[in-house]
Design a protein around this ligand. Structure first.
Ligand code: SF4
Length: 477
């Protein structure tokens, strides 16, 4: 009897073959990284040298005078490179390639791993494993950076970045063997990098079925050292992975793969989102970071300072207006007419605290209401999952805030950069739309119909609240 074979559907075949090709190319890139670990280490040492030069040389030369320019003053040049190119570039790379920067180029990670290779190799203590470090370290570093004007002066840069590097080496020397304990648990930007990597279109994917059927001695690679100690068999998030490529091909089960940008947030974050993630996104990125970028341009900050000064003078208390502190505690550069009094410092911390409180309420409340609408009762995990949809906007804000440094420097040097405002509007619009799209998709996992639409509407209010400070900073003040 003749068997009826359905004709092949060309539309099914062609995209599949293209997908296979694309998949093959992406996986080959992961294999290439695994095979070129020596070249990666060579690259890392070059980045270490550049980093050290940019960190140390500006401290050894006098502060720039008014006529100094990026191209004729090493201090201004280093400032431009660090805050205008390096950090925004690293953040953008997280969105494009995951934490490739951490695994391939980060000088701190390389030094910490090297120290760990030759160090004491002690067990990692419980205090280091505390999951609140990414949030706490990020907030403390951000606020301290503002108190000492880290974006303006080389001394504070040396303390903040150099201090972090020394701590990374010390932790590497004391704990773990051939691992990056610092990067995994303590690095102040570990949490932010891990969150942004969730949006990336690349990740290392584990085929669990294949894993179970392949003994470890079979595969393109049989021994690996995953420096950030990712549990490979159960890895489902790009957050902890440094994209170093060492595990590509392990048990023939792990390979670099492409995925739709943000897909991890829609699916995987339902299980993996935590309260610390929500704190870092809502309080840290949408609150503290916004306050830190806003205060220097804010008329409210000036008004608060004048009000507090008037009250103190009225009470006959003058010392908070006159007392300053060493430059490593509070900005103190009399030669540049840039000295913060104790009152300035107090108002600065109060201002960042107030903005953080307002933004946390303005952004967090609509998300809380939306999370409640999407279920029969309140469920914290649903809220944390929804909050992950804010990541595109949070990432856009921090990139725009950092790049504002380079825009200011370049404009001061005669580059008009007339297109910048349009680019800022486009970036805010696109990231807000992306956040809203992620919300819609996440909401669809819990409810359909009216509840889904109403919940998305509430989140839209939170997104608008998150955009407003940037509008004020770039277009109103
Ligand atoms: S899981 Fe570990 S070894 Fe594999 S790419 Fe990520 S960091 Fe490297």
């Amino acid at each position: 009897m003749n068997q009826i074979v359905p004709p092949p559907v060309i539309a099914d075949l062609q995209p599949k073959s293209r997908r296979v090709n694309k998949r093959h190319h992406v996986a080959a890139a992961g294999d290439w990284l695994r095979r070129h670990q020596r070249a990666i280490r060579w690259l890392q040492w070059h980045v270490v040298v550049i980093y050290a030069v940019l960190l140390i040389v500006p401290v050894l030369v006098p502060l720039p005078v008014d006529s100094a320019r990026i191209w004729n003053n090493v201090s201004l040049f280093a400032r431009f490179v660090f805050w205008g190119i390096w950090w925004p570039g690293v953040l953008i790379s997280m969105l494009l390639f995951g934490r490739l920067w951490c695994g391939i180029m980060c000088p701190e990670g390389a030094l910490s791993e090297m120290a760990s290779r030759h160090g004491r190799g002690r067990a990692i203590p419980r205090w280091i494993r505390w999951p609140g470090w990414p949030f706490t370290a990020f907030v403390l570093t951000t606020v301290y950076g503002q108190m000492v004007s880290v974006y303006q002066y080389p001394g504070p840069v040396l303390i903040v970045l150099g201090g972090s590097t020394l701590a990374a080496i010390l932790v590497g020397y004391l704990y773990g063997r051939n691992h990056r304990v610092w990067c995994r648990y303590l690095c102040p930007v570990n949490g932010v990098f891990g969150l942004l990597a969730k949006l990336a279109p690349l990740h290392y994917q584990v085929d669990r079925q294949q894993w179970e059927h392949r003994p470890p001695h079979i595969g393109r690679v049989t021994r690996i050292n995953c420096a950030p100690m990712v549990p490979l068999r159960t890895m489902e998030s790009a957050s902890p992975c440094h994209m170093c490529g060492r595990c590509a091909g392990f048990r023939d089960s792990i390979e670099l793969s492409a995925r739709p940008p943000g897909s991890e947030i829609i699916a995987v974050s339902a299980r993996t989102a935590t309260v610390w993630d929500s704190l870092l996104i809502v309080v840290g990125l949408m609150g503290v970071t916004v306050g830190a970028f806003l205060w220097a341009s804010s008329p409210w900050f000036i008004a608060a300072k004048q009000w507090a000064a008037g009250r103190l003078v009225g009470l006959g208390v003058f010392w908070p207006l006159e007392q300053d502190l060493p430059w490593w505690l509070l900005t103190n550069y009399p030669g540049n007419k840039d000295v913060m009094s104790l009152l300035d410092g107090t108002v600065l911390i109060g201002y960042i605290g107030m903005i953080t409180a307002v933004m946390t309420m303005a952004v967090g409340m609509p998300f809380a209401v939306a999370a409640r609408i999407l279920g029969p009762s309140w469920h914290g995990q649903r809220f944390h999952h929804l909050v992950h949809s804010l990541l595109p906007l949070a990432a856009c804000g921090i990139i725009l805030g950092l790049s504002a440094q380079s825009v200011t420097l370049l404009r001061g040097d005669g580059f008009p950069l007339n297109w910048v405002d349009d680019a800022r509007i486009a970036a805010l619009a696109c990231s807000s739309a992306w956040s809203l799209y992620l919300t819609w998709r996440i909401a669809g996992r819990y409810r359909s119909g009216v509840r889904r639409a109403v919940a998305t509407g509430f989140v839209l209010a939170g997104i608008v609240a998150g955009v407003l400070p940037w509008i004020m900073l770039f277009f109103v003040w």
